[in-house]
Design a protein around this ligand. Structure first.
Ligand SMILES: [Zn+2]
Length: 232
């Protein structure tokens, strides 16, 4: 005959197994790259791309300024070299040199702005790197904890499986079938204890006849929720 203690123990093992399985699913889902880590890595890549952009622009401006400086030197050489004597030509050369200098000044202003932008991008990059490092450290610790927990859960689930296998022969086939059917229809909770004279599942007061039965046989059925009630 199935005892109340045995079927209650089966329920405890299965309830614990259910909870451990749920937690295992959560742990499995949390393993792997996190959203925070993905975002931190993206932010760093974005900062890197910005530095690259400003570096290229800086190099372009420097080359343009160099080219203009060469042109200015050449036109000044002609202007002051004494080879050109025609006043109209001299005036044109002066105007050209002045225009070149104005153009160079604009480029130099732009270069300065570009260098400031680059510095800011580098600062943002350093910050993004720091944030990524912190996120990664935190993530790695979390992953290690999760992996340790997963191992522990697998271990405990194996123990539960073992204990269940040892317990099953002491539960009669008919009782096991009822138990399994109740587990499916009662949210996993098929066996409850009597608590303060009431059903531990639905809370309804256990009538004297059932209480007597529980005293005699150790288990009975709740007339309300139909669960197996035990008196352990
Ligand atoms: Zn009940």
């Amino acid at each position: 005959m199935t005892t109340g203690a045995d079927i209650y123990r089966l329920q405890c093992l299965d309830s614990e197994g259910d909870a451990k399985q749920r937690r295992l699913a959560e742990v499995e889902a949390a393993l792997g790259e996190s959203e925070a880590l993905r975002q931190a890595r993206q932010a760093l890549e974005h900062a890197q791309a910005l530095i690259q952009k400003w570096m290229l622009r800086q190099r372009d401006r420097e080359l343009e300024i160099q080219g203009l400086s060469d042109k200015i030197s050449r036109s000044e050489q002609r202007l002051y070299g004494g080879a050109v004597k025609n006043p109209k030509e001299l005036t044109d050369l002066q105007a050209e040199a002045a225009a070149l200098r104005r153009r160079r000044q604009k480029l130099e202003d732009d270069l300065l702005e570009t260098m400031i932008e680059r510095e800011e991008a580098e600062a943002a990059h350093a910050q993004a790197q720091e944030h990524l490092d912190e996120t990664q450290t935190h993530w790695a610790t979390q992953q290690a904890d999760l992996m340790a927990e997963r191992e522990m859960l697998h271990g405990r689930l194996a123990e539960i499986e073992q204990a269940r296998a040892e317990l099953l022969p002491s539960i009669e086939a008919g009782d096991l079938a009822v138990y399994q059917a109740l587990r499916r229809t009662k949210g996993g909770l098929a066996v409850v204890q009597m608590r303060d004279g009431a059903c531990g599942g639905c809370g309804i007061v256990v009538p004297p006849s059932l209480e007597w039965q529980l005293r005699q046989e150790g288990l009975g059925y709740c007339g309300n929720c139909e669960r197996i009630i035990v008196r352990v």
